[in-house]
Write a protein that binds this ligand. Structure first.
Ligand SMILES: [Zn+2]
Ligand SMILES: [Zn+2]
Length: 146
């Protein structure tokens, strides 16, 4: 499956499609995402509601199966001053598979920019729903917490 465009939106079916859209968005943003990780709840579920506050640098995912809330990446460090808002797809669904990607500082493994791409489980839309400049240190440790 490859990404297909309908109107102004892109649609895909696999996590590879979501990753491709994230990378393309990051290139347009001139901070290329080079490392990626898909979100998975401790219970094994891969679909979530997503709330973000890009200014505070906070993302919270809520598992659609067990209801566990998780602060993604380094969000726990910024949640005090955050006012996260829920994301809704253009089809009004609020359940997504999530793919995170990070740009790193050249020659390092340190996170420079954070992207969160969503795949809508209802209509298959894929898109980056949130991104921000993020200085969270080691990319592997960061992506282990998405
Ligand atoms: Zn769960
Ligand atoms: Zn949708």
């Amino acid at each position: 499956m490859a990404l297909t465009k309908k109107g102004e939106f892109w649609y895909g079916t696999t996590s590879g499609d979501t990753q491709a859209e994230l990378r393309s968005y990051s290139l347009a943003n001139r901070h290329e995402a080079v490392r990626f990780a898909a979100s998975k709840c401790d219970c094994g579920c891969r679909t979530f509601a997503l709330q973000t506050d890009e200014e505070a640098g906070v993302a919270i995912r809520t598992c659609t199966d067990c209801g566990q809330e998780h602060l993604m990446g380094d969000s726990a460090d910024h949640v005090e001053e955050a006012a996260p808002e829920a994301h809704e797809c253009v089809c009004e669904n609020e359940v997504f598979e999530l793919m995170s990607g990070v740009c790193v500082y050249e020659g390092t493994h340190d996170v420079r920019w954070y992207y969160i791409a969503c795949h809508c489980v209802e209509c298959n839309l894929v898109g980056v729903f949130a991104d921000w400049k993020c200085e969270a240190g080691d990319a592997a440790a960061f992506l282990a917490k998405v």
